[in-house]
Each structure stands twice: as C-alpha cells, then as structure tokens.
Design a protein around this ligand. Structure first.
Ligand code: G4P
Length: 509
C-alpha cells in the first residue's frame, strides 16, 4: 500500500535555529538535491525582502518549494515548508493541518523560543507527533540536560534522548548514537561529518557519566507514546556540519506515522478508503498577474488519485476535472499522473477552490478541523475613493478566501476591519489591493485589539449578549458572529460575565 510508505511532515522552529540549513541537508541526504546552497539562497532572499517586488519573487520561488518531495529506500518523504520567520501567518498554521508529523529544530544555545512554542501548540491541538533536533552542538551551547529538561517542562512532553553530543563548541568531538553506542566523528579543518564512525569509542569520563545519567533519568523511546504526541525523541547534532540529518531521515522512515485517518463528517476517512478524498490547506494566487490563476494545495487523504479525475468541492461548485495536477519533486514542479494518501497535489484553478475545501469523488464528505485563528493585529480599512466600495468588498472577500487576511464586517458603521496574524499579511494585502483590484485604500488603527468567535447552545443567550454589545459585534465573511474586544483582558472580563456564551480563538472552516 503506497500510502504506508508516505511520510508527510513539516519542520517547525524559531527563526535562525537552522531550519533552512536542515531542510537543505535533508534534501541532500535524501538524494533530492546535489548542490548545497539552493535552499539557503531562498532563506537569504526571504530575509532580504523589504518591498512588494521581493514578496512577489518570494511567492514565485516558494511555490515550487512549499512542498518538497524526495524518496529514499522505498519511502517517499513530503516535506511541507512552513514560513517560520517574522512573516508568520495563518498559512503556517494551516500547513500543519496537512502533515502527519513534525521535526522541531531548537538552537542548542537558545532552547525553546517563542515561535517554536506557538507552532508546537498548533501541533499539540492535532496530536501531531514531534521529533526534536537540537541543532548547532558544534557551537557553545547549553548542557544537554538543561535543554532536555526545558523541553519536558515548557512543552509538557516526555523526552527521550536518542543521541548525545560528546563535548560542545570547541570541545565538540562527535555525536554518540545511544542505541548502538557508535560515535560519529568530525573530520578535517571543516570539522564536518564525513563518514568516520567508531563502533566502540573510548569516551571521556565525564561524558560516560553524563550518558549513564541520561539513560537512567529519561524515558526510553516508546513509539506509541511518540505517535500519540506524548513523547518526543531528541537528537543532538549540527545541520551545518552534517551531524544528524541522515539520522533524522532514518527516524522519520522508521518511527514517524504514515497517513492516518483524518477527522471528517459524517465519519473519519481512513487512507485505505477506495474513494479519492482530500482537502485544500493553502491557495497561492496570482502566480501570473495576466491570468488570475491559482494553485490550490490539496492533501490527499484517501484513494489513488489519477490524472484527469473529476473531483467535487463539498458544498459548492461543480466537479472539476483535474487535468494538470502538479506534484513536487524537490526543486521541480512535475505533472502528476498518480498520487497516494499523504501526497500533496497542486491544482491550478481560477478561484473556485478555497482554503478548507474538501474535494472528493462523490462530494458527500467534509474534512473538519481546518482552523481560522483569532487575528493578533486588527486594522480598519479606509477607502480613498468611495465609489470603489464594491471592488473593495470583493477584494477583501477574495483574500479572506485565500486565507491572506480575515475580514470582519461590523454590525454598526461602514469601516470594515481586517485581521491578520502577522505583519507581512498587511503589506501583502495593501499591495494586492492596488495591483490586482485597483483599489486605493489605507489602513488605520482599529479601536479593537483582538477578536473571538461567539456561540451559545441557546440562541437566546447569544442574542442577549450581542444585543448588549452591538458596537463590538461584527460578522466574518461566512456570516459568523464575532466579538471585537479592546484588549485581551476584556475577553476574559466578558467571558466571566456571560458564562453561557463561548468565546473561541479559533474557528473551524
Ligand atoms: P532558519 O532557516 O531557521 O532561519 O536558519 P538558517 O538555516 O538560515 O540558519 C541560521 C544561521 O545558523 C545561519 O548562519 C546558519 O549557517 C547557521 N547554522 C545553521 N545550522 C548550524 C549548525 O549546525 N552549526 C552552526 N554553527 N551554525 C548553524 P548565518 O550566519 O545567519 O548565515 P550564513 O551567513 O552562515 O549563511
């Protein structure tokens, strides 16, 4: 069954921990690229971005690399890129709904950082199992014990060290595989790993003691606990110096889960279900400004997809014949003839497919659990030319559909409010309003700081709440009621006063 040989995963990390370097090395050791530096160039590009042109370029580049597929020893790896830099957006969160596992990269000198933690929480929501890679042990860093304890405490996970660094920084003498007792050694001036392995190394006394303590003090690796999201195996290494990437590929192949049943209505869908089903987790629009073409990224959840197959989006639209699906092999986009559960297919379309859509042969299922996240930045949209109201509404709706921004229509007043999770989304919004919709608009501070979707079991309770808070009520693009709060504190305050009303920071699409 081809789906059992699929490993669909993402790398989560804080900027600078080494995600780009590790990605490049995974592709290299997985045999997908032969030139070091290709992924790196993209990382540098990302950091240098400052204006729309660069964002455009980045979008152009990132479509081929937002899914990277490589094969090794009969296993197909689909690595989904999550832009984890300051340009943190809902895209990142949603991509995590399309993976079966994740690799968490931590800088040995910094430990768990803010972004790692946020991304981890999203993984936890869906019980996505995590393999931890403590990177940069070739530099001075914190003690392995301190790092392991921090992961265990901050993330409330059992930790199970799988390897151990022999010295750090200038003392670095290699990485010991705790299961086999074999030591990978650095070589040459570059101090990289070039294949030198000692089977029965003589370890310095302090290191031998550390290892004894570690083996006694931490949980043994347990594949079920890992797959449940309760335990993380921890590998120490250096992506830059080639310590660890090969072990990570091996660990993903051996332990990471193949595609699992996906939550859906009326019932979860198992990968061996014969019918082809999948969901759209990302839409990349206007790749070519001349044609309003879009690529919808669909994760295949069951069945064997064949080129030309007709798939229907649940709830709206007619069947779409998928004649030129795109599969992603490393740097090249390739046209797919066949794909299996766990694979990602790019479907070109003219705006019919939306983030969160379920696609299937019969259109009677719907995948659940693709979240909208409460925005962390709210802005009022000020239109400079009032005759363009209709265009603005269309543009905001389109972009909300794509997941670029969220849009809220207040119950009172005509200034629409947009919400984003990261600052870059605002820049993208303004540039696209102008370039694609010819709408000249500005953004002003909104008198609100955060938003919550509200609901109640009894419609009367919800009505009582909304009637009294009309000036803070809005609707999202699907018409769901949203409470706009001035501060996070206010959310807590009203939640206490209206115990029958639920205030949700995420909403399933
Ligand atoms: P990111 O995608 O998570 O943001 O991180 P990236 O891979 O770009 O790595 C951030 C910096 O850390 C880079 O240095 C990179 O070379 C370095 N780095 C990554 N892995 C290791 C490692 O195992 N050991 C050491 N010592 N450094 C590592 P930079 O100076 O920002 O970039 P560059 O000028 O070296 O390209």
């Amino acid at each position: 069954m081809p789906s059992s040989s699929r490993r669909t995963f993402a790398i989560i990390s804080h900027p600078d921990a080494g995600k780009t370097t590790l990605t490049e090395k995974l592709l290299y050791f997985g045999g997908a690229i032969h030139l070091a530096g290709e992924v790196k160039a993209r990382g540098a590009n990302r950091r240098a971005r400052s204006d729309w042109m660069k964002i455009e370029q980045q979008r152009g580049i990132s479509v081929t690399s937002s899914v990277m597929t490589f094969e090794r020893e009969g296993v197909t790896f689909n690595l989904l890129d999550t832009p984890g830099h300051e340009d943190f957006s809902e895209d990142t969160y949603r991509t995590l709904t399309a993976v079966d596992s994740a690799v968490m990269v931590i800088d040995a000198a910094r430990g768990i950082e803010a972004q790692t933690r946020k991304l981890f929480e999203v993984c936890r929501l869906r019980s996505v199992p995590i393999i931890t890679f403590v990177n940069k042990v070739d530099r001075e860093g914190r003690s392995p014990f301190e790092l392991l304890d921090e992961i265990a405490d901050v993330l409330a996970l059992d930790v199970s060290p799988m390897s151990w660094p022999v010295g750090l920084g200038s003392d670095f003498q290699g990485v010991l595989d705790l299961a086999t007792g074999r030591l990978s050694r650095p070589e040459g001036d570059s101090r990289t790993f070039q294949g030198k392995v000692e089977d029965a190394p003589a370890l310095p006394e302090n290191i031998a003691e550390e290892i004894e303590l570690a083996q006694a003090g931490y949980a043994e690796f347990d594949v079920d606990a890992y797959r449940n999201g309760d335990l993380t195996p921890v590998y120490f290494g250096s992506a830059l110096k080639d310590f660890g990437p090969a072990e990570l590929i091996d660990a993903l192949a051996r332990h990471a889960p193949p595609p699992r049943p996906q939550p859906a209505e009326p019932a979860p869908i198992a990968p061996d279900n014969a019918e082809v089903t999948g969901f759209v987790f990302k839409v990349q629009a206007n790749m070519d400004p001349q044609h309003r073409d879009r690529i919808a990224f669909m994760r295949l959840c069951s069945g064997t997809f064949k080129r030309g197959m007709k798939l229907t989006p649940t709830g709206h639209g007619k069947p779409i014949a998928v004649h030129s699906p795109i599969l992603f092999f490393a740097q090249n986009r390739e046209v797919a003839d066949e794909a299996f559960p766990g694979d990602i297919i790019g479907i070109p379309n003219h705006g019919t497919l939306r983030v969160g859509d379920t696609l299937s042969e019969r259109a009677d299922v719907r995948f659940t659990g693709l979240p909208n996240f409460a925005p962390e930045i709210l802005r009022r949209v000020a239109l400079k030319d009032p005759t363009k109201t209709k265009q603005l509404r269309k543009a905001l709706d389109d972009m909300a559909e794509e997941g670029v921004t969220q849009v809220f229509y207040p119950e009172i007043g005509s200034n629409w409010i947009i919400g984003v999770v990261g600052q870059l989304q605002l820049e993208v919004l303004l540039s696209r309003l102008e370039a694609e919709y010819k709408v000249d608009a500005g953004l002003e501070p909104a008198p609100f700081d955060t938003a919550r979707w509200v609901s109640a079991e009894d419609a009367a309770d919800l009505k009582a709440f909304t009637d009294l808070n009309r000036s803070a009520m809005a609707r999202d693009r699907d018409g769901n009621p949203v409470f706009l709060a001035k501060t996070a504190w206010e959310v807590g305050y009203v939640a206490d006063r209206y115990p029958k009303v639920k205030f949700a920071a995420t909403r399933e699409r």
